[in-house]
Write a protein that binds this ligand. Structure first.
Ligand SMILES: [Zn+2]
Length: 103
């Protein structure tokens, strides 16, 4: 029996790739949690990514957004900038205070 060598899968402490050099990182709060948001200038992107917002590819050298839930790099996705901004506005469950009883 050989000892199992499963390297611990820890995203904690792992730095995102340094390749995305020219970028600006921000923290945004969304319904799903706290996002780290990077605005990629485009010049450092070397391959096309699929945007989860519209299911289209983001061509190389296009300024776009990389966002992931804080400390969960598995959620990291590349978004078109307008798709990311639209995501925030698209809130299916808007609370309508109009119909709420007011006392
Ligand atoms: Zn998109």
């Amino acid at each position: 029996m050989s000892p199992r060598r499963n390297p611990p899968k820890r995203s904690k402490g792992n730095q995102p790739e340094r390749e995305l050099g020219q970028s600006f990182e921000a923290i945004e709060e969304h319904d799903e949690g706290i996002y780290r948001v990077r605005r990629i200038t485009g010049s450092s992107s070397s391959k096309p990514y699929r945007c989860p917002g519209c299911d289209q590819l983001i061509p190389t050298a296009t300024p776009h957004i990389v966002a992931w839930i804080h400390e969960d790099l598995e959620t990291r996705r590349h978004w078109h900038t307008p798709c990311w901004e639209r995501k925030d506005k698209r809130q299916p469950r808007v609370q309508r205070s109009r119909n709420a009883p007011r006392y």
